[in-house]
Design a protein around this ligand. Structure first.
Ligand code: UGA
Length: 459
């Protein structure tokens, strides 16, 4: 088995940190670089800084041994064969990805390169980024045979990042030279040969013996497009089912039955057909906008993506109308809110539709008591408690004396509430569920007025 490759990962955010500890778990030696000294110190001390299953365990297993954290990119470059760039590519005002962090890393690598390196784009970047990195290297005087640029997009989801990284559906390697492709094949050999899955020390519940993932070799540009196209397609699937759920509401049909009927067609597949209050997070909104912008710049009509965004926005407003339809007027109403994170099992609130809805409720004059198992601290930083906004200590505390309870994030713990206790806590037993976590007939049996997305109320 290929082992003990020296790898650098630049950036210790979601993708970078997970990649760093998982590469170590696969047997490699890793240097994880971040220019934020406080972050580096926290990681050296074992603090993952993000809420993600199994990450603390892996960090503790490998920190300061097989994964070293440092701020010195020059040293990391000199010591490594492959350098994975996993820095942020935030959305700029025009909708494009802001690639200035990627450029800065490329410049620094160019200054310190001392032997052949494979520079790997791990961050989500638009097509042609590889060519820009190559230009930056050459402009800084680096000989063409000293490096290659490869695109190796990451498909992990927050909340199941470690498991997704170690059990990917596929590994995409976009490379224009056989030499660089061979280095990446060696990096992923523990997974593609299946050797990793026979390791006796696997993380329980995450890594079982699995069919090894396929490694797909493509051109660099194709790999860049695969990442954007995949995220845009998943967002499209969500907007599609959200639009269908609205149609179901208008006709008293049930979107769950419709989604199941569609999903049994293997060409469609059952996943990502859960309707709700719209997609959020640090990826889909940004990547749909960036992909649309790339198409626009190339003169290609991809207005389909504009519709995807429109449906996503209107889904939140539609949910607010549902709240209004249940409560008549909103001014002065007390609302209990369950969920602030953009999805369950994460503390990430970036582009969270739940936060947007809380803001809309406050703007309508409601007072809100909000609870989230992990995201309150982050939310308080952007939305401090006030006379109309209180952060609750539990789901039941959020519901206490409320005129209605809203479920906005699909945390597992919100699906298993004690309904009798919840009924007692609420002033009026009204639950408006933006994530379809409950069976309408069970809610009716418990005496709730229950509204959800795309499903008829039980009678
Ligand atoms: C997404 C992709 O799923 C990953 O493959 C990709 O690697 C990642 O973006 C990225 O580019 O970094 P993530 O943002 O962690 O992962 O979250 P998802 O689980 O995909 O959910 C995104 C949003 O869609 C959430 O707000 C979620 O609630 C919503 N969603 C998802 C639905 O409304 N319905 C569904 O059926 C599925």
């Amino acid at each position: 088995m290929a082992k003990d490759m020296q790898i650098a990962v630049v950036g210790s955010g979601y993708v970078g940190l997970v990649a760093a500890v998982c590469f170590a778990e696969m047997g490699h030696d890793v240097i994880c670089v971040d220019n934020d000294e406080r972050k580096v110190a926290a990681l050296q001390g074992g603090d993952t800084l993000i809420h993600e299953d199994h990450l603390p365990e892996l960090l503790n297993r490998y920190r300061n041994t097989k994964v070293r954290f440092m701020t010195d990119l020059a040293e990391a470059t000199r010591e490594s064969q492959a350098i994975f760039i996993a820095v942020g590519t935030p959305q700029s005002e025009t909708g494009d990805a802001d690639l200035s962090y990627v450029e800065a890393v490329a410049c620094e690598i160019a200054r310190s390169i001392n032997s052949y390196k494979v520079i790997v784009e791990k961050s989500t970047v638009p097509v042609y980024t590889n060519e820009w990195i190559r230009k930056v290297m050459e402009r800084n005087g680096v000989a063409r045979d000293l490096f290659d640029v490869v695109s190796n997009p990451e498909f992990l989801r927050e909340g199941s990042a470690v498991s997704d990284f170690l059990h990917p559906d596929r590994i995409v390697v976009g490379s224009d030279t056989a030499r660089a492709a061979a280095v990446l094949a060696e990096v992923y050999a523990p997974l593609t040969t299946g050797a990793y899955y026979t390791n006796a020390n696997l993380i329980p519940g995450v890594c079982s013996v699995a069919a090894p993932p396929v490694l797909l070799n493509t051109s660099t540009k194709s790999a860049e497009i695969i990442k954007h196209a995949s995220n845009a397609f998943l967002a499209l699937k969500i907007s599609f089912i959200n639009a269908v759920s609205n149609l179901c509401e208008a006709t008293d049909a049930n979107v769950e039955q419709v989604a199941r009927g569609m999903g049994l067609d293997s060409r469609i597949g059952p996943k990502f057909l859960r309707p709700g209050i719209g997609y959020g997070g640090s990826c889909f909104p940004k990547d749909v906008a960036a992909f649309r912008s790339v198409a626009e710049q190339l003169g290609i009509d991809f207005s389909l993506l504009t519709e995807v965004e429109k449906i996503n926005e209107s889904q939140k407003k539609r949910f607010l109308s549902k709240v209004r339809s249940a409560l008549w007027t909103l001014r002065g109403k007390r609302i209990g809110v369950l969920g602030l994170a953009f999805k369950g099992e994460t503390d990430d609130i970036r582009e969270s539709p739940a936060i947007d809805l809380v803001e809309m409720l406050l703007a309508e004059g409601c007072s809100v008591a909000a609870y989230d198992p992990a995201a309150i601290k982050r939310t308080e930083e952007i939305m401090p408690a006030s006379t109309t906004l209180r952060y609750a200590s539990s789901s039941y505390d959020a519901a206490q004396d409320a005129d209605a309870l809203l479920i906005l994030t699909d945390w597992q713990e919100f699906a298993t509430l004690d309904l009798t206790e919840m009924h007692k806590a609420l002033r009026y037993p009204i639950v408006i569920d933006g994530r379809n976590l409950y069976d309408p007939s069970v809610m009716l049996q418990h005496g709730f007025t229950y509204l959800s997305v795309g499903r008829p109320a039980a009678h």
